[in-house]
Design a protein around this ligand. Structure first.
Ligand SMILES: Cc1cc2nc3c(=O)[nH]c(=O)nc-3n(C[C@H](O)[C@H](O)[C@H](O)COP(=O)(O)OP(=O)(O)OC[C@H]3O[C@@H](n4cnc5c(N)ncnc54)[C@H](O)[C@@H]3O)c2cc1C
Length: 404
C-alpha cells in the first residue's frame, strides 16, 4: 500500500510526487496519459522568474471593451460560454482590484522567487541540462510608444521587486537575433527567466527521476477514486492520502465529493513551424500577445487566452493573427502539424494556486489552479505541499483561497 497517491502526472503532479518522495513517503502517481503530455506539454516553456505579479484581469473599462470586441489578441471571448463562466469571471474581476492584489502579490512574489532554484535542483538531478537555456527572453515592441510604456512598467517592477531587465533598440535586437528580418522599435530583455526546449520532455525527465528513486507511475483513470474505511482507493491502489493534481480537470473530479471549484477556463493554442528555429531566445511579441519559442519540434507559436467552455477552434483567431505577425518578422516556414494543439490553463479566480487539505475529507489534498504559471510554479508549491503533509501548516499559509 502506498502512503500517498498523486492523481495527475503534469508538472504539478510529478513534482508533488518527487517532493513527497524526498521526505520519505512511498508514492504512486496515476494518470491516464504519459507524464507531461497535456497542459504541461503545450505551454511556452518559460520558467518565469520575471512574473512577480499574477495575471490579473485588466480593470480599465477601455481595455475591457477592446477585449470584448476582440480588438486585443491577448483574449478571445467566446460569448456563448460567458453565462457559465460568469461566477468565476466576476470573482476574478473582484480579485483583480488594487486592494486584493496588494494582499496576493507578496505571497505570489515569494513563490516565483523560489522557482528557479527548485527547478535547478531537479534539472541537475534528472540530467535535463540539454533542455534548458539560461538567457531569458525578449519582449518585442512594434512602436516607440509601446516600448516606452513597457520600460516604465518594467522599471516599477525592478524598483518594487528587484527584477532585472535591459532595453535594446530594434537594430541591436536584429543583430543579436539574425533570424529577424525587420527591426522593430525595440525590446526588453528579461534576464532572469530560464526557457525550455521541450516542456513535455522536462516533465518526462522529472518523472524518470521519480521512477529511478523507486516511485511508481500507473496508467489509469482517476475517476475511480473512492473512500475505503480510513483511507482511499483508486484504480486498484490503496492509500492513506490522495493529492489531486489534475490541473484543469481537478474540479470535475471533486464535484461528486461535493466541492464546487469555479475555474476560469483560459484555453491556449500552439503550433510549430519549420523556419527560424535558430532563434537564440524566445520572443514575446507584445503587440500581438504570442510567444515564439524555439523548441525541439520547431518554432512554437503559443497564444494568449481564449475564454471558452466550447470545443477548440480548428482555425483559432489568436493563432492566425500571431502567425501573420511572426511572418512579418521572420522566415516562419511551414506549419509542422496539420492542426494546432490546444489546452486549458487551470486559472482560479483568486489567481493563487490552491494548495490545502480538503476541508470535509480526511487524507485528501488539493493541489491545482496554477493558471498561467504552472510550468514555473509546480516544483515550488509541491515542496510546500510536502512540508504541509508532514505537519508544517505554515508552508501553505494563504494558499487555500480557491475553496468555497
Ligand atoms: C499556451 C500556454 C502557454 C503557457 N505558457 C507557460 C509558460 O511559459 N510558463 C509557465 O509557467 N506556464 C505556462 N502555461 C501554464 C502551464 O502550462 C500550466 O499552468 C501547467 O502546465 C499546469 O500543470 P498541471 O500539472 O496542473 O496540469 P496538466 O499538465 O494538464 O496535468 C494534469 C494531468 O491530469 C491528467 N488527468 C486529467 N484527468 C484525468 C483522469 N480522469 N484520470 C487520470 N488522469 C487525468 C492529465 O492527463 C494530465 O496529465 C501555459 C499554458 C498554456 C495553455
Amino acid at each position: 500500500m502506498a502512503d500517498i497517491v498523486v492523481l495527475g502526472a503534469g508538472m504539478v503532479g510529478i513534482t508533488t510526487a518527487l517532493a513527497l518522495q524526498e521526505r520519505g513517503h512511498a508514492c504512486v502517481v496515476i494518470d491516464r496519459a504519459p507524464p507531461g503530455s497535456e497542459t504541461s506539454y503545450g505551454n511556452a516553456g518559460i520558467i518565469q522568474a520575471e512574473a512577480v505579479e499574477p495575471y490579473a484581469l485588466p480593470t480599465s473599462p477601455l481595455v475591457l471593451l477592446q477585449m470584448a470586441l476582440g480588438a486585443r489578441n491577448a483574449v478571445d471571448l467566446h460569448w456563448p460560454s460567458l453565462p457559465g463562466q460568469f461566477p468565476a469571471l466576476l470573482a476574478y474581476w473582484r480579485a483583480s482590484g488594487a486592494r486584493s492584489l496588494r494582499e496576493i502579490i507578496p505571497l505570489w512574489r515569494q513563490l516565483i522567487g523560489e522557482a528557479v532554484p527548485r527547478h535547478a535542483a531537479l534539472i541537475t538531478a534528472s540530467g535535463a541540462e540539454s533542455l534548458i537555456r539560461r538567457e531569458g527572453y525578449w519582449e518585442v515592441h512594434d512602436t516607440q510608444k509601446g516600448l516606452a510604456a513597457a520600460v516604465q512598467a518594467a522599471e516599477r517592477r525592478k524598483a518594487e521587486h528587484g527584477v532585472e531587465f535591459a532595453v535594446v533598440d530594434g537594430a541591436t535586437l536584429a543583430s543579436a537575433e539574425p533570424a529577424i528580418r525587420r527591426a522593430p522599435a525595440g525590446a526588453l530583455h528579461w534576464i532572469a527567466p530560464w526557457t525550455c526546449l521541450s516542456p513535455g520532455a522536462l516533465v518526462a525527465a522529472y518523472a524518470r527521476l521519480f521512477a529511478a528513486r523507486g516511485g511508481r507511475i500507473l496508467t489509469a483513470d482517476a475517476r475511480t477514486l473512492a473512500r475505503t474505511g480510513a483511507g482511499w482507493q483508486v484504480a486498484g491502489e490503496q492509500a492513506e492520502q490522495i493529492v489531486v493534481a489534475l490541473g484543469p480537470w481537478s474540479p470535475e473530479l471533486l464535484r461528486p465529493l461535493g466541492y464546487r471549484m469555479p475555474m476560469v477556463r483560459k484555453r491556449g493554442y500552439h503550433r510549430h513551424y519549420s523556419g527560424a528555429t535558430h532563434l537564440r531566445r524566445p520572443l514575446l511579441l507584445a503587440d500581438h500577445s504570442v510567444v515564439l519559442a524555439p523548441m525541439r519540434d520547431g518554432l512554437r507559436i503559443a497564444t494568449g487566452a481564449q475564454i471558452s467552455t466550447a470545443g477548440p477552434s480548428a482555425r483559432p483567431r489568436q493563432l492566425r493573427r500571431g502567425e501573420a505577425a511572426a511572418r512579418s518578422l521572420l522566415d516562419l516556414g511551414a506549419p509542422v502539424e496539420a492542426t494546432p494543439w490546444s489546452g486549458t490553463r487551470p486559472c482560479l479566480p483568486g489567481m493563487l494556486p490552491l494548495v490545502c487539505r480538503a476541508p470535509r475529507h480526511p487524507g485528501l489534498w488539493l493541489h491545482f489552479g496554477h493558471g498561467h504559471q504552472g510550468f514555473t510554479l509546480g516544483p515550488v508549491t509541491s515542496a510546500r505541499l510536502a512540508r504541509a503533509v508532514d505537519g508544517d501548516a505554515a508552508a501553505i499559509d494563504g494558499l487555500d483561497r480557491g475553496l468555497d
